[in-house]
Design a protein around this ligand. Sequence first.
Ligand code: GLN
Length: 279
Amino acid sequence: MKTRSDALKNLRQALTEAGFETAALDARLLLLSALGISATELITRPDSPLSAAEAETLAGFTRRRLAHEPVARIVGTREFWGLPFRLSPETLVPRPDTETVVETALDLIPDRQAPLRIVDFGTGSGCILVALLHELPNATGLGVDLSLGALRTARINATDNGVGSRSRFALSRWADGVSGSFDLIVSNPPYIASGVIPSLDEEVREHDPRLALDGGPDGLEPYRVLLLEAGRLLVPGGLIVFEIGYDQAEDLTALAEARGLEILRIAPDLSGNPRCIAM
Ligand code: GLN
């Protein structure tokens, strides 16, 4: 019978031969998930044999990965800001670059103990909102999305990460059904120009929801809508932080300035591209 370490080695090899650059990491995440064990358990008991059911689950995971389904989709969770997030077909897989939004907001907030009111438009898995609430102990948050499936997932993620009692979720197209005053508006809206979607990486194009990617003809439509509503929702002196596409900093600056908003920061992502704009 195959042991855990044999299974890991075989899977890593299969993924390497198929050209996956992240073969070693992928193999480990898939094995841990298929067996329902922790990394520590794998290290301490590498010679335990796989049961028939475990081997079958792992074989299914392997087939899906070889067909280029993202690992996060297969295992159904992804870590963001050091916290676990569940995914559903209606949520984007949280990207490490999106942590730039959380970092920038936290850096520009004058008092982390304040009872801030946060709204997150297009909350998806809830990752930005939940990470912020995790860091801001007295803040409350509203997550808004057009997808009911996404909202259900975000609600679970808020609860599982201990911020459920300070979170609300609402079904709405952007700010249509939203009223109230907020100290912080955040969003990682869909910002890919519709025409560019066919040329996206296969793992994004085939597995992330189009609703979470498609930002209209020039990719800027959601920002126009949100900036139009910001005056109604944001308290004087409030903060707006958006994720943006790598080439959208200039356009966003122009859109913001046309509405009389001052740009406070443009922050780079892990590859050095402007990924976040604060105003
Ligand atoms: N950054 C995402 C990507 O990698 C795009 C997400 C979005 O449109 N907000 O495709």
